[in-house]
Design a protein around this ligand. Sequence first.
Ligand code: GLN
Length: 435
Amino acid sequence: MKPASTQLKNLDHFNAFLHVPNEPLVSLSSGRLAGITVAVKDNIAVEGMPLTCGSKLLGNFISPYNATAVAQILDVGAAIVGKTNMDEFGMGSSCEYSAFGHVLNPLDHTRVPGGSSGGSAAAVAAGLCDVALGSDTGGSVRQPAAFCGVYGFKPTYGRISRYGLVAFASSLDQVGILSADLNKLIEVAENICGYDINDNTTSRKPIPKWSTDLEKNVQGLRIGVPQEYLDGIEEKECRQVVDNAIEQLKAGGATCESISLPLTPHVLPTYYIINTAEASSNLSRFDGGRFGNRTPANRFHDMVTASRDHGFGEEVKRRILLGTYVLSKGYYDQYFDKATKVRMLIRNEFMHHFSDGIDLLLTPTTPTRAFRFGEKSKPLTMYGSDRFTAAASLAGLPAISVPMPVDGLLAGVQLIAPHFREDLIFRSCRYLSYY
Ligand code: GLN
């Protein structure tokens, strides 16, 4: 009989995995998550395994330590089965920007799996693992989950340690969890959320026992459906799933009401100024001198330039250029400073509804279902895929994409809760569960 790792590789027709260890990594044979198989996005550190971030620049880099989330998963007996493919450094919405080839959507091979955690979503959708870790900066867990028909959860900013997650935009980045099985997702969340001395943005708030203590109804919940999000839908199926979800929630005793988030048109410009600014700063560490691949040159400056030029793909270069621009003297006030102020207004707009008694927001996760390869080759068209997910990231709110069947494919609906109210999300998800 072949070892599990070889079987996994043979089954991966989707290019979902970039690295598979000879044997699944396990540090305990018992524990709460014993027997659960977990795939890890290739921007999250697993000791002794490659950590490429989908980039040529880090093609030869081996991680010297475990990310906190990875260590916590191993500590409760789960098995790590491999590292998953992704858009380079987390920048993208289709996995077409990986330096190591496209990932196919297991539901339809002509379509993208979404991004940037497309490998994690495809691995889970294809049944190659029970759960996958991803990272979500503006939607990178929720959007691929919607495209591949699985759950994709991003916690409140500060719930899960970012130690060992390669930074893209630090004020937005969160580790997220994908699974076709809501209960397994919740179990993993319970084990990896919490304070970490190695990440001073993590919260000391206690982690509720979500897996056992959740109420089993949505009775009395007030759910707001933002009109601007419905207006931004491009494919009617994405509207249909929201309508189906409203019906289900109402049947469970919740009330659903139309609300307005007038700043919605400003979400994407704000998100793309902040993420590029932070990325340009975070990615300056990749200079060919300390990490990854070096392109030799006679002078230091030429070595740095050549290493970055050969190592980074087009989209990463575009973000670094944009980010450097919005931070530069003369443009800082006009772009970056303004964006941080608008970010606060966007956050306040959500807080206003929550303090008004709205418990949860319900939106489509994406404007369209999974699109075809090459369909969104213009950067601005691609950026449009984040239209419904970026606001929760800017506001630091917890959110999940819930898979809903529609006309042979699947689409996602998104639930957004107040800070640290993941319980409301998980509770409501049970009413919308497809699996
Ligand atoms: N698609 C978004 C972007 O390219 C989201 C990325 C992410 O969440 N990592 O910025």
